[in-house]
Design a binder for this molecule. Sequence first.
Ligand code: FES
Ligand SMILES: [Fe+2]
Length: 314
Amino acid sequence: MRERFPLPTVPNGWYAVLLSRELRGAPVPLRAFDRDLVAFRDREGRAAVLDSYCPHLGTHLGYGGRVVDGTIECPFHRWRFDGEGRCTHATGAASPPRAALRSWHTAEQDGIVFVWYHAAASAPSWQVPAMPTGARPYGKPMELRWQVPTHVQEIRENIGDETHFGVIHRLPHAGAARFEPRGPLASLRFPSTFDLLGRAIHVDTQCDMAGPGILSMRNVGWVDTRVLVLSTPTDAETSDLRLLVSAADVGRVPLSSWLLTRVVGFLTRRDVDREVLIWSHKRYVERPVFVGLERTQRRIRAWYRQFYQPGTPA
Ligand code: FES
Ligand SMILES: [Fe+2]
């Protein structure tokens, strides 16, 4: 993939690795940032993410391991590690050896477990914000997921690609886009019109980005829908793309948020399937030939560059 994307595999920032409900009893093996990791809940119930290979003899703790009193226990000889990665018990040893697994910074927000990645292992320089909400509460989200042979930057730049909204999503811009970067956060607003089962709906599209891999896209108007776009580098070849689609009730119509979630979920899956086909085979163009109003993608690319900055080791 490096030939198609001459960029570091993992930009610095917070990435979604799991939904909170996926992290209950048993440890969960994870593949992210070109590494093998394992997640579990510590004694306080906090999400803990560690490097996965036991320092004793290299067992992957995510396969056959279990959680005991808030520590993760290796299935091979039952050494245990706490949420910080410290060995708390080694079978046959009077006291645990000074062995440890690398522990990753985690955050849990809106039912999502996030992990901080930094190429120089710097501590987090910003916090995961609460996901934007509307005037009315969103219903239970529908999850869509893809493994995409592309770089996460491509997925983020897509939100600034004005022309593709009309071509791929049938959601043409109905006015100028306003992009406002604020450090690692940024927002993008534009008016759009879309066709919902034969009816033209005018909405205000509000996108909020947090770092290189978190995006909320809301369409607000007669309907209020939100798609959380969570993109996480799996390895040098693949990105994990998870979408959480939800909607608020339309007026007081019973079950309307449920129904709207399904309609938007169906349309989103259809559109993203097309984009995945394109992303899977396209390559990064350092100097694109932008025309007309295609300004926003360039601004997003400039904003995104900060996530490749070297940092201070923690
Ligand atoms: S390999 Fe994990 S305890 Fe021995
Ligand atoms: Fe798109």
